[in-house]
Ligand binder design. Structure first.
Ligand code: GTP
Ligand code: MG
Length: 504
């Protein structure tokens, strides 16, 4: 009865053994796996990436990943380590010049925490060549014994020759050394399948968790903080402001500063991060009692409480989505346009303000979408670190919502002027967009975001906002809000948002 139960249990376990076949390039890995699979191969080519071979061993399916051994492919080996039950490491035992490299690579593999402890078959290939090292020499030259003891890898070293097919027999012969080694490895795994597979599953799960954590981390890193300070600085720091007024004097700007006009300045920019979030702060200070606080960028006034500072964190859509949301205001009266885009301010507008005296941009503009154009411009400008201005688009204004360091992933909004809405009825841009609000071109990042909200409602897009409430005495409170657009609205207010959850 006990025997029956043992047989029943053994049958119930569905085994699937996964092996990797690695070693330096030209060691003969592909030739070896072809031998094992009984495949004829007159000529083998270097493996680019990997090749998966499925075999059966005593009713158990076996998958062997034959990985490319070239230096450029070795870095992908580790991606397979978690899911393998055993390792086959092939050595060209006739190539003495690469023994040191081989030793270093073997140690790197065995020391990997997803490999150490797993069974390893070391195959000393090309025994047919003159002077080839046999298995005992290989153990000695590669210092295999202390190595496998150190990393607790049950190991067998076998010497063999991966035979070429002779053309007569259907299947290539399998060298007895190879056969012996292969069977040893599979039998070892089958005997301890429960333990080894548990380890494999645990490693796979841990990898998935790690990947999730990394993704979350990347998303957090992607959050950039921008503090509202002024349009001038906005231009200097990557928010190229098409409404930047070159006629404003330095003194005026100082005054604006005192009045708390919005400036946009990235804080703590980390290279390689993606700017998916813009934070605009409205700060109110007790010392500036006579000064009216800046309007909250999204929802009217900042808090009236003198001690509270409010941070509005606006999650923008990912780049593609953002592009769809981005406003394009098409200019119709090109003749009146005097703006010199070749010499428009880039990184330091203050020095070039004088050159922009002729700017005569109408404040009466509205928003239209033009995805096709945006698409082509997006392609054109992908990776545009230096922001070369293309005269072909000289009637358009660009607003870069990113810092230059984040060049690969920058977002851009292209704005050109358009005639007032009354004339726009005959425009070629389609009727639905005519209902979009007439408003001045965005003067700052906050206005730009407000535009996104307007478009969001117009296009019935869902928008989520993550709020961070701060004050000087209590800890930060983070809450999420969602906006589900139901009807096109000219203005959005706090009441239009659903309060979804308080995170903290
Ligand atoms: N003489 C001899 N040549 C062999 C033997 N095994 C493989 N070769 C030859 O060695 C060369 C490389 O073999 P591959 O199987 O492509 O080597 P690999 O390890 O897969 O190389 P990569 O895919 O680049 O990592 C080929 O020309 C094979 O014909 C062998 O046992 N004896
Ligand atoms: Mg190969």
């Amino acid at each position: 009865m006990g025997n029956c139960w043992a047989i029943f249990r053994r049958r119930r376990i569905r085994r699937h053994i996964v092996l990797i076949l690695i070693g330096l390039d030209n060691a003969g890995k592909t030739k070896t796996v072809n031998n094992l699979a009984g495949e004829k191969d007159d000529k083998v080519l270097p493996t680019v990436g990997f090749k998966a071979v499925n075999l059966i061993h005593k009713d158990t399916p076996v998958t062997i990943y034959d990985l490319g051994g070239g230096p450029q492919f070795r870095q992908i080996w580790s991606q397979y380590y978690s899911e393998v039950h055993g390792i086959i490491f092939v050595i060209d035992s006739s190539d003495f010049s690469r023994l040191d490299e081989c030793k270093a690579v073997l140690e790197e593999v065995l020391s990997h925490d997803r490999i150490s402890g797993k069974p390893v078959l070391v195959l000393a290939n090309k025994q047919d060549k003159d002077g080839a090292l046999d298995d005992i020499d290989v153990v000695e030259k590669l210092n295999i014994e202390p190595l496998v003891n150190k990393y607790r890898c049950p190991t067998l070293v076998e010497s063999y020759t991966a035979y070429p097919s002779d053309g007569k027999s259907k299947k290539p012969k399998i060298d007895p050394g190879l056969r012996k080694g292969y069977h040893w490895l599979l039998n070892y795994i089958v005997r301890r399948y429960g333990d080894i597979n548990l380890r494999v599953q645990t490693d796979i799960h841990a990898d998935l968790e790690r990947r999730k954590r990394l993704l979350n981390k990347a998303a957090n890193r992607a959050s950039q903080t921008f503090t509202a300070i002024s349009d001038d600085i906005a231009t200097q720091t990557g928010f190229e402001n098409p409404n930047f007024d070159p006629h404003t004097t330095e003194v005026d700007r100082e005054k604006n500063l005192e009045r708390g006009l919005i400036m946009v300045k990235p804080i703590g920019v980390k290279p390689n991060s993606v700017d998916t979030t813009i934070t605009i702060e409205s700060l109110e200070d007790t010392d500036t009692s006579g000064v009216k606080p800046k309007l909250s960028p999204l929802f009217g006034r900042a808090s009236n409480s003198s001690t509270v500072s409010e941070t509005v964190r606006i999650e923008l859509e990912p780049r593609n989505e953002f592009r769809k949301l981005s406003p394009i205001v098409r200019r119709k009266s090109a003749a009146s346009q005097q703006f010199d885009f070749q010499r428009r301010p880039h990184s330091s507008p203050t020095k070039k303000i004088k050159s922009l005296q002729n700017n005569d941009i109408s404040k009466n503009s509205s928003i239209q979408e033009d995805d096709d154009k945006m698409e082509s411009l997006d392609d054109k400008n992908a990776g545009d670190v230096t922001r070369i201005w293309d005269p072909a688009y000289d009637l358009k204004h660009r607003v870069f919502i990113k810092d230059v360091e984040l060049s690969q992933l920058h977002r851009e909004v292209i704005l050109t002027e358009r005639e007032p809405q009354t004339k726009a009825a005959s425009s070629d841009t389609g009727p639905p967009l005519a209902t979009l609000p007439l408003s001045a071109r965005p003067a700052s990042a906050s206005q730009l975001v407000r535009r996104q909200l307007e478009l969001c409602s117009h296009h019935k897009r869902r928008l989520s906002l993550r709020y961070v409430h701060r004050n000087k005495t209590s800890p930060e409170r983070i809450s999420m809000m969602f906006y589900e657009p139901s009807k096109a609205q000219r203005h959005l207010d706090k009441g239009d948002f659903q309060h979804a959850a308080t995170i903290n």
